[in-house]
Ligand binder design. Structure first.
Ligand code: ZN
Length: 219
């Protein structure tokens, strides 16, 4: 039913390429936010888009599909539709309803926003994760959600540091369009060092060690 979109995306991206794949596109409730993926074997290639994509214009959807084609066929072709799609991605935080929040995380968010971002970062969803010692925080741009490990609940300074890190992701993610997947860029690391407690990494490690867990973590 939506195959023509995939066909059109393919033909515009690869005007001279033939493929024997049978294309399909369907909307899946398995995804949150504006997620999408592509599954394929030798005969079939199916694009699955979250329900949110239903109300997005075909022009942008074609850009999404072309981005996925670039991954499947290991090409790096740009098109007007891909540009539109990338512009759309940047606006997702504005489109995503902010429903989930927590007072402790909110306080931290506002402190950090005032101090380091002139209050310019729009509030994302703010949620606690489990008691995770390895992943202290994540930022998911598809749902505009910052998630922080529950172990930092009573550690306001460490919490602010992780919050700062994730807010930098929200702010810097799409700056470098050609290298979108490199999350911790030089610019990122430079900005991260602007946090006003110079030995915060040490404190964080000490805290994690004290919890008698490995001081090996990622965020
Ligand atoms: Zn990070």
């Amino acid at each position: 039913m939506f195959m023509f979109l995939v066909r059109k995306a393919f033909e515009e991206l690869y005007p001279n390429k033939e493929t024997s794949h049978r294309f399909n596109l369907r909307y899946s409730r398995a995804f949150k936010g504006y997620n999408a993926n592509v599954k394929y074997d030798k005969q079939n290639m199916e694009f699955r888009l979250s329900y949110e994509w239903k109300s997005v214009s075909d022009e942008i959807k074609i850009g999404l599909i072309q981005s996925l084609f670039n991954k499947v066929f290991k090409t790096n072709i740009s098109t007007l539709n891909i540009d539109l799609y990338n512009t759309f991605l940047k606006k997702i935080p504005l489109l995503t309803p902010k429903i989930e929040s927590d007072p402790v995380l909110e306080d931290s968010f506002y402190r950090v926003n005032e101090k380091y971002f002139y209050g310019m970062i729009l509030k994302p969803n703010l949620v606690w994760g489990g008691d995770n010692f390895r992943t202290l925080g994540t930022y998911d741009y598809t749902t505009d959600t910052i998630r922080v490990s529950k172990i930092l609940d009573n550690e306001p300074e460490l919490l602010d540091y992780i919050m700062y890190h994730e807010m930098l992701h929200k702010k810097l993610k799409y700056r470098e369009s050609k290298k979108r997947n490199i999350h911790h860029t030089k610019e990122f690391r430079k900005k991260e060092k602007e946090f006003d407690i110079p030995d915060i990494e040490k404190r964080l490690n000490r805290f994690l060690r004290k919890q008698r867990f490995k001081n090996h973590f990622s965020f």
